[in-house]
Design a protein around this ligand. Structure first.
Ligand code: FWO
Ligand code: ZN
Length: 392
């Protein structure tokens, strides 16, 4: 099937002006002005009108509890499994699935099966092996084997540090894990990334700084997330990013958290750019379907919300509409930045040969109009065209 998106303002995510973009099957085939359909054309070509619209790469969400998560308030607070349209209605075409606090009753094979189910339903899904705890839960029994043998495993995560729910990992344990993930990632042509869950603990990311300063392991091996969960950690994120690290801000939130001093991701982006953080060092992720538990000062559970994948683009839109962050810079945090940090081949850009993952936005209010994943129209004119297996 050939599709041509005509006359849209194209952000690759760099702005390249009004262009046509042709999709052949599940790939972007060409970008240019006035791509015309030959008179004697016999192939059925679908033309999508991009007039008055902005065309951007499909969004990448690097931290989603696709199997569900939670449980911090007991069994009844285990959050439900994600559905396809929870993801596509947020313009997200690639997710990285993870386990969280509960890596005991939720297991890696189920996470892999859920990723494969999302792939069959039409989007791209990868996973991290592991959960909060170290030693890491894996499929093969060894993180290096998981990364080398299983196509969808791109690294380990979400490994918890500085959190009362963590396994209190030592620097050495994280160092060894990063070493294994790095070398198996190199051998498999993958990122071998360690997605680090940073809690509210006062240790913050000192473990990561120790490792980068005392070994050959580079900053790029780690992607610490939730770095906007409190002001102290956010200030640390700016320093860490300016010295070479990548930082990820969580977009799901609960007004309860704002009392706790959490920095709204859109405001965090603005502050980062004002502080001179290089734009390629920042990513946003939603923590979708994860729990957003609240604990009091005695670490007693007082309630929880559930993360939403739709918060990912919503925070990018707020950054542009409310914080005056330029659209291209804001878009990079959920397209080309995660694609390059996580080494997702063919993802995160509008470029010939890349996967046909694209989103059309209304030019006026930047709302999502159309979502295309692997060349298939998932959402068109704000209407859901493809539902998950059991959604309709
Ligand atoms: C964050 C996922 C947290 C789960 O600290 O880590 O709990 O396993 O589902 N969520 N524990 C949420 C804050 C960043 C607001 C998770 C959750
Ligand atoms: Zn987390």
């Amino acid at each position: 099937m050939i599709k041509i998106i005509k006359n849209a303002k194209v952000y690759t995510p760099n702005y390249i002006g009004i262009n046509d973009v042709a999709l052949v099957g599940d790939k972007i085939s060409s970008i240019g002005n006035d791509l015309t359909i030959p008179e004697n054309n016999t192939v059925n070509i679908k033309v999508i009108d991009g007039e008055g619209k902005i065309l951007v790469p499909g969004f990448i969400d690097s931290h989603v509890h696709i199997l569900g998560g939670g449980g911090e308030g007991g069994f009844k607070t285990r959050t439900p499994e994600i559905k396809l349209t929870d993801i596509t209605t947020g313009g997200v075409t690639t997710v990285i699935g993870c386990l969280g606090t509960d890596g005991i009753t939720r297991n890696m094979l189920s996470l892999l099966a859920k990723a494969r189910s999302l792939e069959e339903e039409g989007i791209t899904a990868f996973i991290y092996s592991g959960s909060y705890r170290v030693p890491v839960v894996t499929i093969t029994g060894d993180i290096a084997k998981d990364i080398m043998a299983i196509d969808k495993v791109i690294g380990a995560g979400e490994i918890a540090i500085s959190d009362h729910r963590s396994s209190q990992p030592t620097v050495d344990e994280i160092k060894k894990l990063a070493a294994d993930a790095r070398v198996s990632g190199i051998l498999a042509g993958k990122a071998g990334i360690i997605n680090i869950h940073v809690g509210d603990g006062k240790g913050m990311i000192s473990i990561l700084k120790d490792i980068v300063e005392s070994t050959e392991i580079p900053y790029s091996q780690f992607l610490p997330t939730h770095m906007n969960r409190n002001c102290r950690l956010f200030e640390e994120a700016i320093k860490y990013a300016k010295s070479g690290g990548n930082v990820d801000f969580t977009t799901s939130s609960d007004p309860l958290f704002w009392e706790g001093g959490e920095i709204k991701a859109s405001e965090g982006l603005k502050k980062c750019f004002e502080s001179g953080v290089p734009e390629e060092r920042i990513t946003l992720s939603s923590d979708g379907q994860g729990s957003l538990p609240m604990f009091n000062e005695k670490k007693e559970y007082i309630g929880l919300g559930v993360g939403k994948v739709t918060s990912l683009y919503s925070e990018v839109r707020d950054a542009v509409m409310l914080e005056n962050v330029p659209l291209d810079k804001a878009l990079k945090t959920i397209t080309s930045n995660p694609a390059s940090i996580l080494k997702l081949k063919g993802k995160g850009k509008i470029q010939a040969g890349y996967d046909a993952d694209l989103v059309l936005l209304d030019e006026g209010n930047l709302t999502i109009d159309t979502v295309i994943a692997k060349g298939q129209i998932m959402i068109s004119a704000k209407e859901i065209k493809v539902y998950g297996t059991f959604e309709k």
